[in-house]
Every structure is written in structure tokens, then in C-alpha cells.
Design a protein. Structure first.
Lengths: 559, 290
């Protein structure tokens, strides 16, 4: 074992991460982190890895040594773990506490006997603690010793297969919400108000508290544009110094859609993470994903009478996730789940909305070909790619409408004005579009690329204007007409599978040829003036970039 | 010294490459420092021979590497020992108690040192900077917590004192670099001392606003440093430390506006932060001339 010492902190951490924490919870349920110990351990591990001194490595996370050694022992067929010399923060821990403590910054290594002394010697030189805690065996048993006494002896088969699978019931009954009354809002005021909403406003002042440039590999940073204050759709980094190859990181998250259907929610977040990848320049065939579930308790009980519905939400999310990543060919290479995010306060139980964060990592062969959402020059052509449908169910615009009407949600209830019909994802229909997008990208035809998420086209147009210090002059009459939507529904629908790109005038024919037969429409040009100008058959709306920026940044201003 | 540099400039490209390659650079690593990869890349890109050495291996003495084997010493960015007792404090004490004689010999012999961020904090804690009157042991300044908002990662603009003796910044007028720190407010022990540093050209780099004027105002000045002080050298100009990171602007596409510059056709050929490293390495290469 390498790294920090074992203490009472984190005993039962795994149990409590899935249980409500209140003032009666044991203080040890929470692990106490120490970044400097972790950093020194990481540096040491890199050195011993380069020297080839260990053959396997596992983090001491949930369950501590019991889990790390227990899992690694599957490789050899058993382990004899001696806790006698385990380094402790203080005396007084019982053997079982040493075994299950989740004290942080510890890794378990499998080290061939001949490498043990060199590894321990390097650890001494680096002032990192490393301790020999026994052997991996092949006798079929997980044995734990303390002070010469066997304190646990379990067959490997029982340890790994002994726990019978739970059988739980899931019942899916599609929820029903009413569509809010169709009323025209003042679009002039609605767009800045949307930008100022907590879900859409600038989080820059918070994000800059984190170092996003250490190691000197950052290429597209989290905030971009003339003021470096507009969130990038994705970030791009070099893989290492001395090469131009890089990787793209992006995310998709939208818990609001779970009120309607977790299947649509899961497919939407996969599609969003994927679209962000494509915008930045990642190769479609070199993208992998991670799934992070943050879920309410889905097991029916006295505290959770709606457990069967919540379980059905989980099943539908998993199926949607599976269907989307298989269709897109973006394997889930890792993930994590936290399943009991509920709390009862003052007699009221509050559960998180079913939330799935999908993170994507993609490859780019040459980082100099990566791109942001920022339009580059006045006179460039603006195209909208993909279909906008009447998909405002669970949208940010409906929440805005609800709040404008003075409606508030009770604790644990969906936000007012959920509406009906979440955005759909049809990978079979979208993939040809994405392949064409990639061809246009490879041919160097895309000067900027952006994809709408929460809030739809309206906030995206605003971000492009604020980022560039240029303007967008768009005639949306035909686009809204094709979608059979009025301007406000066109601007704020959250349909998937869409992009905004800018293209040089001289590339017009080549660009349009790539997308021949696909839903692409030229809607206007990049304007030299820093403003957003939207024209319909009836009238023209105009917003000054500075005014948009004020709305975007005032909500979480740092003072 | 200017003569030696002029001589160096006159050499053929091949001779320059050969001389730069003889410049061994010691990059101290470990214990929570985290900018070793980019600092090594920077010195490699300008033709020198960077070597990463764990501080504990250097302190070890015995058969390990010795400071006198190197021409340039780099104190890099990071959070040595977690900065628990103040930025750079424990790291500086380790050096003070176990390496000081070697370090003073290194300086005496004409060695160069560059401190970036946590490295600058360490050099100030040690007294290497501002290093007045040949005294490299007595701390005369401190890098205090930022006036507002704590740690922050954002690009700033620096202007350089062109009359400074600093060998690392020759020919530099302005540079954009990211500031990434929570303790960067340079406080000299007295106003007189700060004035003396300014007169001697030891205030090498200052934060400037959009008009190019030195500023104490956030966000152009990220920490509230009086008179905008961002970087300081010793009287010889060979020891230099600054808070912002030249090691984070090695490639043209490190700059936050590179993509627009590329679209406009005015992307530079290399990252502007490299000039600081090239200046130092060329100086060391010129000094070594036969």
C-alpha cells in the first residue's frame, strides 16, 4: 500500500454515500482529503511505473483494502493480507476498521518480490509511505491476519459471487403534464432574460478558481472569445509536448428532461456531448464516453413509495444510454453511480432529479485544426444545420415562462410548465448529418461551429455574438417556416442534432455540395457590427452585444 | 557582457545550436510542484539541455547531481508542500538548511536562475530576490495573498522595463501570459526599498491595463501588487522571478485568442513566452564562449 495512512475517517463511507447524512451520522462517514499527499504519491507512482516495478494497481476507494485487495486477488486466485504493519494515523483501530477504512490518497500495488526492495527504497527517498501488506496467492481464499491471528478467512468464490442479485420491480407509467398556454412573449426582453438565468448565465468567475492550464497543454480553453468569457462547447488539449495530436473534452447534462422521460434525457445528453466533440474538431470514429449517474433511491420502501417508478426511470435511462452509444459507436469506457441522493428535512423528503452526466473524450490529429464557436470575420455566411421541431417539453424557456407567470414548484415537484414532448434523438437520421459535418470539417470549410443546448438557438446566437465581437444578421423567416414554428418557439426549442456554422463566401458551393440532400439552410451573414439582428416576415429584432453581455454576466458577478 | 552576447549573435546558426546544447538546465521537481513538463519543454524548445531532478535527490548529496553541474536553475510552479505554511515556505526552508552553500556558490560562479509562480515565491522567501548588496540570504519582500477572489487563472498583460539589467527579458516590451496564483501581491519591506528596486531596473515586469500603463486595478492586475509589480530580478540580472507563467505560452496555439489570429492570418510562429527562456539560455551559452 502506498500513500496516506489509515484512520477512522471514511469507515462506512461507501454505505453513507448512498444514505442520507444528518447530524446523527458518524463523523467518520466522510473522508478527509489531503491534496499534497496525493500529489506526492502520484509523482512517486509515475516514477515506479516508468521503472516497471509493479504489475497491477488499484485505488483504495469504497471498501478500502477489503475492496482493492479483494478485487486484485481475482487475478491470482487469492490473497493473504497482513494488517499488522498497516500504517495508521493513530492507534486504536480494530482490524476490521483497518480493512474497510476509506482514508484517502492510498493505492494498492502488486509488486513482484524481486522489485519490493527497490520500490521501498525509492519510496524512502521520495518521503512517500509504502508498506508491504502480504502476498497474492492462488489458494482460493481471501485471508486477513492481524498480530499473527487470522481475523478473516473467506473463499474467493463467496467473496465475489456470494451476494445474490436483487430482484426489484419497475413500473413505467408515462407522466402527463399540461402544455402551457400558448402566449406570445416580448422576444426583445426574453432573450436577455434567458441569458441571465442561472442555468445559462456565465459561470466564469467560479471556473477561474481552477487551474485549467497546468502542464502547458491547453489549446482551446474553457472560456473563449474576445473577452475570454464565453464558455467553449468543448476544450482541446495536446496529449503531450512534442506532438500536435490532441484530445477534445465535452459534456452533456440535462436533468430537466427526466421529468418527462429519462430515456429521452439519456439520449439527449449523449447527443449533446457528441455534437460538442464534432464542433471542436474531434474525429467521429475516435470518441469514447463516461457515464455518471446521480440518482434518487429507486428501491420501493416506506420512505420511497414511488420506488417502482424511479426504478423504471433508471431502466429507461440505461436503455436510452445503451441505444445511443451503440448507434453512435462511442463506447462507455468508465463511469460511476451514486444511487441514494435523497434527504428528509423538516418532514419533507427531497430527491435529486434523475441526473446523468455524459463526458466525452475524442481525438484530434492536429490541434491547429480545432475550432470554437466564435465567428471569425464579417461577410462570412451563416448556416443552420439540422431540424428544429416543436420540442419545448422540459425546456429552459418553459421554466422561464412559468416563473414569469409567478408559478413556483413545491419541494420535490417538477418545475412549473414541464409541458409535453421532450426532444427526441434518432441516431439513424442524425449520423449521415454528422458524417457530412465531419467531411466539411476535414475539408477546412467550417470557420466556426457551435451547437445549441439549454435554451436552444436564441442563447446560442447570443453566445456567438458575444464571443466574436462581431454580429449575426439572420433572416429566420424561412427557417421558422420550414419548422412550422413561430419565432419564439423556433428560438427556444431544444431539438437535438443541430449546429450553427460559419463559412467563407468563396467556400459556399463546396460547403453546400457536402450537405446536399441534408437539412441545411443559409440564414444570413456575420456582421461587422457587434450586434444580433433577427428578421422575420413581420419585423426585425436587434440586440447590442454589450447589453447581451451584461445580462449574461450579471447573475453570478463576483462582487 | 554585452560584448559576449554580441559575439554570440555573430556566430553561425550551427555554432549557436551547439553552444545552446551545452547549457545544462536543472529543473527542481517533486513535493507538490507541477509545472515540470512545460518548463522542460520550454528549455528544450530553445535548444538547451533540461534535466528534471527531484529536490530530495539533490539534497541527498552523496553521488547525486550537484548544482555546480548546471548553468541554469529553474524554480517551477506548483504548490510545494501544499503551501500550508505560506507559498514556497517549506520548500525554501529545505533549501536554506541543506543546500544554501551550493546555491551561493552557484550564483557566485555566474549561474542563472528563473523562478515562475511558486518558484518566484520560493526565491523571494529564500532572499535570492531581490538579492540586494550581495546578500542572497535575507528575505526583503514577500508575495502576499491576492487582494480579492483568491486563486484565479486568467491571462494578463505585462510590460517590461527595457532598461533593466535582467538578462531573461532583453528586447521584450510586452507579453501576454496567464497568471495562476492566490498569493502574488509583491510587497517590499519598505516603500524606499521598492523605489530603490525601481531605480535599479530590478522591477522587471509590471501588470498593465489596456492602454499599456502599469496598473494596480483588477483584473488587469490580478493580485493588487503595488505599482503593478509582477516580476523582479537581482542586481546582476541573472536571477529573475515572476508570477505569470511564460511556460504556459510556448506554442502559438497556447494563446487564448490563437484561433481568431489564425483566421486573420497573423498567428505568430512560436509562443511569445519562449523568448524569456531563449534569452536566458543564449546568455548562458554566450558566457560559456571560449
Amino acid at each position: 500500500m502506498v500513500g496516506g495512512r489509515i484512520g477512522a475517517d471514511g469507515i462506512h463511507g461507501a454505505t453513507f454515500s448512498s444514505a442520507p447524512l444528518d447530524e446523527a451520522a458518524p463523523v467518520q462517514a466522510v473522508q478527509i482529503g489531503d491534496p499534497i499527499t496525493q500529489k506526492r504519491m502520484f509523482d512517486f507512482l509515475l516514477e515506479v511505473r516508468e521503472a516497471g516495478l509493479y504489475t497491477a494497481i488499484t485505488d483504495n476507494g469504497a471498501g478500502g483494502l477489503s475492496s482493492s485487495v479483494g478485487e486484485m486477488a481475482e487475478g491470482s486466485g487469492g490473497a493473504r493480507l497482513d494488517l499488522t504493519n498497516a500504517p495508521l494515523k493513530y492507534p486504536g483501530l480494530a482490524p476490521w476498521e483497518i480493512l474497510v477504512s476509506e482514508a484517502q490518497e492510498r493505492m494498492t500495488l502488486a509488486v513482484p518480490p524481486e522489485n519490493l526492495e527497490p520500490l521501498l527504497e525509492l519510496a524512502r527517498r521520495r518521503e512517500v509511505e509504502a508498506t508491504d501488506l502480504g502476498q497474492f496467492t492462488d489458494d482460493g481464499y481471501f485471508e486477513v491476519l492481524h498480530d499473527g491471528r487470522t481475523v478473516a478467512l473467506l473463499s474467493m468464490e463467496f467473496l465475489h459471487e456470494g451476494d445474490p442479485d436483487l430482484e426489484l420491480t419497475a413500473t413505467w407509467e408515462p407522466p402527463s403534464f399540461e402544455e402551457p398556454a400558448d402566449r406570445a412573449v416580448d422576444i426583445e426582453a426574453a432573450l436577455p432574460a434567458m441569458l441571465a438565468r442561472l442555468n445559462l448565465c456565465s459561470g466564469e468567475t467560479k471556473a477561474r478558481h481552477y487551474d485549467h492550464e497546468v502542464k502547458g497543454l491547453s489549446v482551446i480553453k474553457p472560456f473563449i472569445g474576445v473577452g475570454q468569457d464565453i464558455p467553449a462547447d468543448a476544450t482541446v488539449s495536446l496529449a503531450r509536448h512534442g506532438s500536435l495530436r490532441g484530445f477534445v473534452l465535452s459534456e452533456g447534462i440535462n436533468p430537466f428532461l427526466s421529468d418527462l422521460d429519462t430515456r429521452a434525457m439519456a439520449m439527449t445528453v449523449v447527443d449533446e456531448a457528441l455534437r460538442r466533440q464534432l464542433c471542436a474538431g474531434a474525429r467521429l470514429d475516435r470518441i469514447a464516453m463516461l457515464d455518471n449517474f446521480c440518482w434518487p433511491d429507486p428501491v420501493r420502501s416506506a420512505e420511497t413509495p414511488d420506488g417502482e417508478y424511479k426504478m423504471a426511470q433508471l431502466v429507461r435511462a440505461c436503455r436510452g444510454l445503451r441505444d445511443a452509444v451503440i448507434a453512435y459507436g462511442t463506447p462507455l469506457v468508465s463511469g460511476k453511480d451514486s444511487m441514494k441522493n435523497d434527504s428528509t428535512r423538516g418532514g419533507v423528503k427531497i430527491s435529486v432529479p434523475p441526473t446523468l452526466l455524459v463526458s466525452a473524450i475524442g481525438q484530434i490529429d492536429d490541434v491547429r485544426r480545432s475550432r470554437t464557436l466564435e465567428p471569425k470575420a464579417g461577410g462570412d455566411l451563416v448556416y443552420l444545420i439540422g431540424k428544429t421541431a416543436d420540442e419545448l417539453g422540459g425546456s429552459e424557456f418553459y421554466r422561464y415562462l412559468g416563473e414569469s407567470d409567478g408559478r413556483t414548484a413545491a419541494a420535490n415537484e417538477p418545475q412549473p410548465y414541464v409541458g409535453t414532448g421532450p426532444p427526441g434523438v434518432d441516431p439513424g437520421r442524425l449520423l449521415p448529418l454528422y458524417r457530412a459535418f465531419e467531411r466539411a470539417s476535414d475539408a477546412g470549410l467550417l470557420r466556426s461551429a457551435a451547437t445549441p443546448s439549454l435554451g436552444g438557438w436564441g442563447p446560442l446566437f447570443a453566445r456567438c455574438v458575444m464571443a466574436s465581437g462581431l454580429g449575426l444578421d439572420l433572416d429566420l423567416g424561412e427557417a421558422a417556416g420550414r419548422a412550422e414554428l413561430d419565432l419564439q418557439r423556433f428560438l427556444f426549442s431544444e431539438s437535438n442534432g443541430r449546429f450553427l456554422v460559419t463559412v467563407r463566401e468563396r467556400d459556399r458551393e463546396r460547403f453546400e455540395a457536402v450537405f446536399d440532400g441534408l437539412p441545411v439552410l443559409r440564414v444570413g451573414t456575420v456582421d461587422a457590427e457587434p450586434r444580433l439582428q433577427l428578421t422575420t416576415d413581420e419585423r426585425t429584432y436587434r440586440w447590442d452585444a454589450d447589453a447581451l453581455r451584461r445580462s449574461f454576466k450579471e447573475t453570478l458577478a463576483d462582487d | 557582457m554585452i560584448e559576449a552576447l554580441n559575439e554570440f549573435e555573430k556566430r553561425t546558426a550551427d555554432e549557436k545550436i551547439a553552444r545552446r546544447r551545452e547549457v545544462r538546465v536543472l529543473i527542481l521537481t517533486g513535493l507538490g510542484l507541477n509545472c515540470e513538463a512545460e518548463t522542460a519543454a520550454a528549455f528544450r524548445l530553445v535548444g538547451a539541455r533540461p534535466e528534471q531532478v527531484h529536490l530530495l535527490d539533490l539534497l541527498d548529496g552523496a553521488d547525486g547531481p550537484r548544482l555546480s553541474d548546471y548553468r541554469v536553475l529553474a524554480f517551477i510552479g506548483g504548490f510545494a508542500f501544499g503551501d500550508h505554511l505560506g507559498a514556497g515556505f517549506v520548500f525554501a526552508n529545505k533549501i536554506r538548511h541543506r543546500l544554501y552553500d551550493q546555491l551561493l556558490e552557484f550564483i557566485e560562479a555566474g549561474g542563472l536562475a528563473l523562478g515562475i509562480c511558486n518558484g518566484f515565491q520560493t526565491m523571494v522567501r529564500l532572499g535570492l530576490l531581490p538579492g540586494l548588496d550581495g546578500d542572497y540570504r535575507t528575505p526583503r519582500a514577500a508575495l502576499a495573498p491576492n487582494d480579492r477572489l483568491g486563486y484565479r487563472d486568467a491571462w494578463v498583460r505585462l510590460a517590461f522595463d527595457e532598461a533593466s539589467p535582467c538578462v531573461w527579458t532583453r528586447g521584450l516590451r510586452q507579453l501576454e501570459l496567464p497568471a495562476r496564483h492566490g498569493e502574488g501581491k509583491f510587497l517590499a519591506e519598505s516603500d524606499e526599498l521598492l523605489e530603490r528596486l525601481e531605480r535599479a531596473g530590478q522591477v522587471v515586469a509590471r501588470y498593465v491595463d489596456g492602454t499599456g500603463a502599469p496598473t494596480e486595478t483588477w483584473p488587469h492586475n490580478p493580485n493588487g501588487s503595488p505599482r503593478g509589480v509582477a516580476g523582479v530580478c537581482d542586481p546582476s540580472g541573472r536571477l529573475f522571478g515572476l508570477m505569470p507563467h511564460p511556460d504556459a505560452y510556448l506554442y502559438p496555439f497556447h494563446h487564448p485568442r490563437w484561433e481568431r489570429a489564425q483566421a486573420n492570418g497573423d498567428l505568430p510562429a512560436e509562443g511569445a513566452g519562449l523568448r524569456i527562456f531563449r534569452n536566458g539560455v543564449d546568455y548562458a551559452a554566450a558566457l560559456n564562449a571560449p
